[in-house]
Design a protein around this ligand. Structure first.
Ligand SMILES: N[C@@H](CCC[C@H](N)C(=O)O)C(=O)O
Length: 269
């Protein structure tokens, strides 16, 4: 039996359990992500995030969805890790490099007057593999836009977001045959002020209140479709992220909040 200390954090409502594996090694993250994410019998979360040492960056991140599957990248968790490591005194840097399965990301911390991390900008790298996909028969949408942010996304623009039944169409599209590794699905509606309202069905976690890589994919798909140019606010159920593009590198820049909810300890067998 081992006792593991964890921190529950959220970014725009996308909530994960964070464990510092430099202090508390975790041997079976896939099983623990499933057990701990359950709302009634576990801690309750969208998944599990492991913060670790890295030989090539300041820290490393591993992210497991609520179904135990490992993802290559998570935007909201990367911001929360910036807050975690700075406020825990693990670094004094305000520019932090983070090793992920989709490469090294650079986090820029934005501090309050009393030295807390209020928000974080993450250089998410380039969006890649952007293309229109035909969904085929049996779907209300004829086509969507596929975008990779290190992890796969399918963005669908609609004029009536309120009418989308995420619990019905989300899982069907997550398992669409075009995406053998499954896909994160974003439904998006342009708003008169140029911002985008978006709701997400996440691969491996279902409906979440926000998705950082999904917000980047949505902003990228909007530019690809000629709907927006430049900085875009992506308004999700749990909060808003600002997505921009670095003109020098073409990289996607994501800015948003990171919030610590509570700490606790949990026993493993
Ligand atoms: N919520 C995340 C993405 C988490 C991983 C995703 N569900 C996947 O399987 O690719 C974010 O904020 O980016």
């Amino acid at each position: 039996m081992a006792t593991i200390r964890f921190t529950k954090m959220h970014g725009a409502g996308n909530d994960y359990i964070y464990v510092d594996t430099m202090k508390y090694p975790v041997e079976n993250p896939e099983q623990l992500a499933i057990a701990w994410s359950r709302p009634h019998t576990g801690i309750g979360s969208d998944g599990l995030v492991l913060i670790g040492r890295s030989d090539i960056a300041d820290f490393s991140m591993r992210i497991f969805n609520a179904d135990g599957s490992e993802a290559r990248m998570c935007g909201n968790a990367s911001r929360c890790i910036g807050k975690y490591v700075y406020e825990a005194g693990l670094t004094t840097k305000t520019e932090i490099t983070l090793e992920t399965l989709s490469g090294i990301k650079v986090l820029q911390l934005h501090l309050t007057a009393d030295n807390r991390v209020e928000s974080v900008t993450v250089d998410m790298g380039p969006a890649t593999d952007i293309h229109t996909v035909a969904l085929g028969e049996g779907y209300d949408f004829t086509e969507g836009i596929a975008v990779s942010m290190g992890n796969p996304h399918l963005v669908l623009f609609t004029d009536n977001l309120a009418q989308i039944d995420l619990t019905e169409v989300g899982p069907r599209l997550e398992h669409h045959p075009l995406f053998p590794d499954r896909v994160n699905v974003e439904f998006a509606q342009m708003r008169p002020d140029g911002s985008i309202r978006m709701r997400v069905w996440e691969r491996g976690s279902g409906i979440t209140l926000a998705c950082g890589t999904g917000a980047c994919a949505t902003a990228t798909a909007a530019v690809f479709s000629g709907l927006t140019r430049g900085e875009t606010a992506i308004v999700m159920d749990g909060g808003t992220l600002t997505i921009d593009r670095d003109p020098a590198t073409g990289h996607v820049l994501m800015t948003g909040p990171a919030v610590r909810v509570f700490e606790g300890e949990i026993e493993t067998d």
